[in-house]
Design a protein around this ligand. Sequence first.
Ligand SMILES: NC(=O)c1ccc[n+]([C@@H]2O[C@H](COP(=O)([O-])OP(=O)(O)OC[C@H]3O[C@@H](n4cnc5c(N)ncnc54)[C@H](OP(=O)(O)O)[C@@H]3O)[C@@H](O)[C@H]2O)c1
Length: 252
Amino acid sequence: MLSNSDLILVAGATGGVGQLVIGKLCQKNIPVRALTRSRNKAKQMFGDKVEIVVADLRYPSTLAKATKDVTHIICCTGTTAFPSNRWDFTNLFEPKNNPQAVDAEGVTNLVKAAPKDLKRFVFVSSCGVLRKDKFPFNILNSFGVLDAKLKGEAAIVASGLPYTIIRPARLIDGPYTSYDLNTLLKAKTDGKKAVVIGTGDTLEGETSRIDVAQVCVECLNYEVSAGKAFEMINSGSRPPTTDWEQLLAQID
Ligand SMILES: NC(=O)c1ccc[n+]([C@@H]2O[C@H](COP(=O)([O-])OP(=O)(O)OC[C@H]3O[C@@H](n4cnc5c(N)ncnc54)[C@H](OP(=O)(O)O)[C@@H]3O)[C@@H](O)[C@H]2O)c1
């Protein structure tokens, strides 16, 4: 069980899922360190509620301070699947913050910087990593986002650290931080759709950022989710309460 003697590093703290993860940990009074590239942005979002550390996954030298003494890491970093200003172009052919840099090399750097006695490394990956050749994932992977996520996953698994890998489908529910149709439409579940978890990368649909954040935190309480990779979507009517332990126990 998580306790207030733990210290959770949240990478991608200012992102849609990251903000929600921080909110959930703060509600439970669990100490949090928010990894951000912009102290001002994080300060505006979280005030003094959490410790803020400025680091960039691309630069290993910035990560030692970020990971010092943390007991768990929740990594919800990412960039856009298609070229955008988030790729940090210095020129047309040299994007500095594309999926390869963030999701593959960046995540690998974070794994290397993690304490050897880390209790859990949680990674927000993506549905489709095991069916990159099938529509619509072949389109999504045009610039290598799924290749990069899978490389990030492989680095985590190879590290020997206890891990949980979560593969959501297209994200819905705010904060609307992605550049896509769901952001344009402000697509939401209204908390009415059940959480469905599966393995083997077969599920299709959409996933609530709120539930992704919840599972990032809940999985830390249950040993049964260690060493597991699973996909999740929202579908069907939501029961009055969600039994996370039971859901996570279903993972093969
Ligand atoms: N959008 C979808 O439909 C979808 C579907 C499946 C999976 N996912 C994955 O779900 C995850 C969470 O999604 P989201 O909507 O919360 O993402 P998001 O809002 O775009 O957040 C991404 C976060 O990553 C941080 N980041 C980017 N480059 C970084 C770097 N070089 N070093 C450190 N931090 C860096 C950003 O920080 P800054 O504020 O500094 O930019 C931001 O906090 C992402 O990994 C995404 O790939 C998304």
